[in-house]
Each structure stands twice: as C-alpha cells, then as structure tokens.
Design a binder for this molecule. Sequence first.
Ligand code: HEM
Ligand SMILES: *[C@@H]1O[C@H](CO)[C@@H](O)[C@H](O)[C@H]1NC(C)=O
Ligand SMILES: *[C@@H]1O[C@H](CO)[C@@H](O)[C@H](O)[C@H]1NC(C)=O
Ligand SMILES: *[C@@H]1O[C@H](CO)[C@@H](O)[C@H](O)[C@H]1NC(C)=O
Length: 314
Amino acid sequence: MASMFISLLIFSFFFFLGTPLSSNYYQNTCPNVESIIKKVVSDATRNDKTAPAGLLRMHFHDCFIRGCDGSVLLNSKGKNTAEKDGPPNVSLHAFYVIDKAKKAVESVCPSVVSCADILALAARDAVVLAGGPSWDVPKGRKDGRISKASDTSQLPAPTFNISQLQQSFSQRGLSLEDLAALSGGHTLGFSHCSSFNNRIHNFNSTLDIDPSLQPSFASSLRRFCTTKNNVNNAGVAMDPSSTSFDNTYYKLIFQHKVLFSSDNALLSTPKTKNLVSNFASSKDAFFKAFVKSMIKMSSFNGGQEIRKNCRFVN
Ligand code: HEM
Ligand SMILES: *[C@@H]1O[C@H](CO)[C@@H](O)[C@H](O)[C@H]1NC(C)=O
Ligand SMILES: *[C@@H]1O[C@H](CO)[C@@H](O)[C@H](O)[C@H]1NC(C)=O
Ligand SMILES: *[C@@H]1O[C@H](CO)[C@@H](O)[C@H](O)[C@H]1NC(C)=O
C-alpha cells in the first residue's frame, strides 16, 4: 500500500514536471551528438562572427516563451504567425546553424535528439567559441508544437525598469542574481537603434537624452540613430568587444555606456549593483554565475515530441 502510494507520488511528480533533464541523456542513443553540434557551430562561426550572439539570444527567447521547447525555431504556417515573425525578432538570426546541426545529427541518430536540446547545446558552444565558460548541458528536452508571434510580448523589453525585469524573471523562477548574470549575454552582439531610441530622442518631456547615458557615448549613438523612428535601422555593437565573451559589459554599466534602459537598471538596486561590481572586477565570478544561471534558465521545458525538421512540427 505504502509503495503504491510512493509510486503514485513519483508518477505525479514526473507527470507534472516532465522527465528531469540529465547530462548523459543521449549516452546510448546518440553518443556523439555534442561533438557533431560543436563542429557545425564552430564551422559556422569561422565564416560568420555574428553566429554566436544569434544562437545565444535565440536560446534565451526560446526558454522565456513556453519553456525551452524549440518554439522559437518553428516557421509561420497558414494563418499562424510564429514567434520568429513577431515584433522583437529583428535580431533573431543564425537559424541556418540549427538547421545544419539538426541535419548532421539526424543523419547519425534519426528522431532521437530534440531541436530544443540542439539549440541549448549550440548556445553553450557559441559562448565557448567566443571565449566564455563551458558547462555540462542537461539534456532531454522535448520539442513543442505551438509558436505564436503574440507570445513574444512576454519577453522583457529593453525599456524595462528593475521591477519589471524582476517580475519577468521571477515568473520563470529566476532571481535578481540570475538577472544580473544573464544580462551579461549582452557582452556579445549587436542592437538596432529601435531598441534604445527611447534613451536618445525625446527621452521625456523635459530631456531629449537619458541623463544616465555618458554624454559623448550618447552623441555617438545619435550619429548612428539620427531620428526617433529610424528608417535606416542601423546596428550598434553591444560593447567594443562584441564578438568576445568577457566581462566588459559590466565595466561599461558603471561607465554609463550600455545600450538599454534594462542594462542600466541593474544599478538601481543595491543587490544587482553589487553583483555588477563583482562581475566587473572578476571575470571568474561572472563566468561562474553565468553558468549557474544558464543551466537554471535552460531547464524549463514544455514540449512533447522530437521534431524531424526544426522549422516544422511532425
Ligand atoms: C534582461 C532582459 C533582456 C532584455 C530586455 C534584452 C533585450 C535585448 C535587445 C533589445 C536586443 C537587441 C535586439 C535588436 O535590436 O537587434 C538584445 C540582443 C541580445 N541579447 Fe538580450 N535581452 C535581455 C536578456 C538577455 C539574455 C538573458 C541573454 C542571454 C543570456 C541575451 C542575449 C542577447 C544577445 C547575445 C544579443 C545580441 C544578438 C545579436 O547580435 O544577434 N539577452 N537583447
Ligand atoms: C520580423 O517580424 C516581422 C513582422 O512583425 C516580419 O515582417 C519580418 O519578416 C520578421 N523578420 C525576421 C528576420 O524574421
Ligand atoms: C517601473 O515601471 C512601472 C510601469 O511603468 C511602474 O509602475 C513602476 O513604478 C516602475 N518602477 C520603478 C522602480 O521605477
Ligand atoms: C525626465 O527625466 C529626468 C531624469 O530621469 C527626471 O529627473 C525628470 O523628472 C524627468 N521629467 C519628467 C517630466 O518626467
């Protein structure tokens, strides 16, 4: 009787939370999956230095909407507009890397490895290739069957203040520590003017420019992004070392040379400000915290199947 009760308890645990992820998930079914994906990501990065940033951001978007279930990879179909065609998609790119990795993996172990896992591994490989830390990626995610452009409104916006960011992260079980560490993803990549125009044109009714921007940095941004509604939606690097994964981003926060209000918002609570200070002075502290928070963020799953093609449900 007691054992039946315990089995029932264990069953409901797995039923509601899904199977837990594990590091050796593909040990028997696809032992070389990690090296196959790593080769594809590294070949792609050799020709396209922007691929790592694209992969890291794509994984973040995937995990923040419906859990890490590959929903960001699905194409729009019929009347359904998918996440990738929703508003904050301007910088989503490098989908071709996931397609290549999926093809390479399918040729060795068909219908075994989920697209969500491929994206999680590719994001880790991208960080490593850019000079960041490495970690063991827990695997066993399943792919979801739903992707809606309207869901992208659930993503945190670059105009968010600290309470809005905290709320967005806590809804996904992530803390202020996770927010401070994961924002360090902005050591890589580019942004379009539209993501920070709020700070450099008509900031509010009395000021044109956000006073929390360093003045000469603000002027240089205005040279690239000349009007509030830029037609020429130029790109600006997140930091001067935008293809290398390092702790420069945190130093720039203190110099008031980061692009988004959400980046600057990390200075507005003592807790996040202290973390920014730790990460600015110690790359090791940042790397350790980043790894811990990436594993946490990337463990939410919600899918049902192993997609054959990452762009389409089976
Ligand atoms: C804290 C809330 C966050 C906000 C508000 C935010 C917002 C943004 C925005 C607006 C862009 C630029 C889009 C564009 O204009 O092209 C961007 C780019 C980027 N974000 Fe975030 N982000 C957040 C968190 C994260 C996290 C957690 C990661 C990964 C760990 C991440 C990684 C990236 C990367 C790598 C890019 C550059 C993409 C590229 O160059 O292709 N972001 N983010
Ligand atoms: C982004 O979404 C818009 C619709 O909001 C769509 O027209 C555009 O093609 C998408 N861009 C990319 C790169 O997917
Ligand atoms: C953040 O923005 C929200 C929405 O505009 C506002 O209600 C809240 O008071 C702001 N919080 C802080 C700390 O500025
Ligand atoms: C504009 O922003 C500045 C700096 O944040 C602030 O001191 C000022 O009160 C704001 N003005 C209005 C009208 O909101």
